[in-house]
Every structure is written in structure tokens, then in C-alpha cells.
Design a binder for this molecule. Structure first.
Ligand code: ATP
Ligand code: MG
Length: 260
């Protein structure tokens, strides 16, 4: 879906973005730091910031060709390949949490989605659309370094749980919903969590994280239920039933996912 806050200038090789919530300065700082991390690690790419105009709330990014959201790969690539990609996405997120150092202040995410424990600089909207994949190069590209617009706030710092939980929510609660595909989504979430934990078992505090997920997912479900306009937009009926079912069982599911 192409929104009107983005202008594509493909012949010039760039895109121009006006971040919502006037979040340009934080998005620029995170994107610049992430760009150099990505270059250093070779694990993923981030579009380079070519120019910006803070007064106009505008950022010009390098255009990266041939990428599609990892969400669009669901049910199109073989299970094994997808599991491998999601494992890598988990590894990359962990690396981001350990290394991202934007050259700006720390702006705390809303209290409703924060938690005690380890706080880091965050991606903020780590989901199946902002994580993209280049099929030809077998390469992961991460876009949109800003807190999800659903929270109506610009922020970059808080519990590492937020980015992990938001991706899990995205894996389970994004369309297309197909009959019996819960197990398939579970497999992707497991691979992502294994990648984040680099195959060791004590990187994520299981009890604290499943409590966190339960609270955050319930909060979002309530938000979505109140916003029928939004629900109709992203979760077309009759998918709504599946969406709510997935969303409600997630908090409990997370604990078992981590115990694998
Ligand atoms: N540098 C880029 N190269 C190629 N495609 C891009 C690039 N940046 C954005 N896109 C495309 O535009 C879409 C929207 O971009 P982006 O995620 O940055 O904005 P957004 O979702 O509107 O932002 P926000 O969530 O802050 O409102 C992406 O999903 C992707 O398809
Ligand atoms: Mg986006």
C-alpha cells in the first residue's frame, strides 16, 4: 500500500517521505545510525538518508529496488526458506538492540507499552511490512525507523520487548488469514524468537515477556475494536473474527513459543 506521505522519484533514484507525528528528526537520527550498522555488519541494508529538511518535516531516502515486504512472502516461499529468513530477522533485531546509537536524545515510548528491565534504542515499528526482502539477492532490508503511527507519538527508547512483541503481533495478526494457518504462523514466530535469542534460552525473560505481551496485545485489541474505521481498513471482514481470535490467544501462546 502506498500512502500519500511518500513520493517516489524513481528516475532520480530516491523517495521523499514526510513522517507522521512530525517525527522527522528522530527518524533521521535512527536511520543514519542504522545505515552505518547495516554497512558494518553486512547482515541487512537500510536506505541512506540523502537529504532532509526539518522545517518542512521531509526526508529524502535512497530508493532500494526489488524489495517486497516479508509479509508478502508468506505462503509463497517454502517453509524452510521462510523459517530461515525469520531466524535472520530475529538475529538482526537483536543486533540492532545491542548496537543502535542514534545521535539524538532518548525519547521514551508511551508508558502503556513500556516495561521494567532492559531498555534500548528501538526500531519502533518492526513489522511484516517494514522488514523487506530482496528475493534476487536473498537480502533483508529494514525501512521506516520510527514508532508506529498508531501510538501517535514520536519516540525511540524503551523496553526491548516492544519491537519483539510488535513483530510477533504482526506475524499472527496480519492478513491473509487462511484456514488452519495458525501453526504456520507459530513456526515463523518461533524461528524469529530463536534468531533473536541466537539459539540460547535466557536472552528473553519468558515470564516477564509473556506478561508484557498479554497486556500489550489486549490493549491493542481494545484500540482496534474501538476504531471500526481502522479495523475495516486493515482487517477486512470476515477476517476480523480470525484477527480477534489470533490476537486474544497470543499472550498465552508466547510463553509456549519461548519454551521450545
Ligand atoms: N527507501 C525505499 N526504497 C524502496 N521502497 C521504499 C523505501 N522507503 C519506503 N518504501 C516503500 O514505501 C512504503 C512506505 O514507506 P515507510 O514504511 O517508510 O512509510 P510509512 O509506513 O508511511 O511510514 P509510517 O509508518 O511512519 O507512517 C514501504 O512499505 C515501501 O514499500
Ligand atoms: Mg512503514
Amino acid at each position: 500500500m502506498i500512502k500519500d506521505n511518500i513520493k517516489f522519484e524513481l528516475d532520480k533514484g530516491y523517495i521523499k517521505k514526510s513522517p507522521v507525528n512530525n517525527g522527522a528528526s528522530l527518524e533521521i537520527a535512527s536511520s543514519i545510525s542504522a545505515y552505518s550498522l547495516a554497512k558494518r555488519s553486512g547482515l541487512f541494508s537500510v536506505p541512506e538518508v540523502l537529504e532532509f529538511d526539518l522545517e518542512a518535516n521531509e526526508i529524502v531516502f535512497e530508493y532500494i529496488q526489488n524489495i517486497s515486504p516479508v509479509g508478502s512472502l508468506l505462503h509463497h516461499l517454502g517453509d524452510e526458506k521462510l523459517a530461515e529468513i525469520f531466524f535472520r530477522v530475529g538475529q538482526i533485531l537483536r543486533y540492532i538492540h545491542l548496537s543502535l546509537e542514534p545521535d539524538c536524545g532518548r525519547y521514551l515510548i508511551p508508558k502503556s507499552i513500556d516495561f521494567e528491565g532492559w531498555k534500548t534504542f528501538l526500531h519502533g515499528d518492526f513489522n511484516l511490512i517494514n522488514v523487506q526482502y530482496d528475493l534476487l539477492r536473498d537480502h533483508i532490508v529494514i525501512l521506516d525507523w520510527s514508532l508506529t503511527p498508531l501510538l501517535k507519538k514520536s519516540a525511540n527508547w524503551g523496553t526491548h520487548f516492544w519491537d519483539i512483541a510488535w513483530m510477533i503481533n504482526s506475524i499472527f495478526c496480519s492478513p491473509p488469514y487462511l484456514t488452519n494457518d495458525y501453526l504456520y504462523r507459530k513456526m515463523l514466530a518461533e524461528s524469529f524468537l530463536l534468531g533473536y535469542q541466537q539459539n540460547s534460552s535466557n536472552v528473553i525473560d519468558k515470564k516477564a515477556f509473556s506478561l508484557y505481551c498479554q497486556n500489550v496485545f489486549e490493549l491493542f485489541l481494545k484500540k482496534f475494536q474501538q476504531r471500526t474505521d481502522f479495523l475495516h481498513q486493515i482487517v477486512q471482514l470476515p477476517n476480523r473474527f480470525m484477527f480477534e481470535k489470533f490476537s486474544l490467544s497470543l499472550g498465552k501462546e508466547v510463553n509456549s513459543l519461548l519454551c521450545k
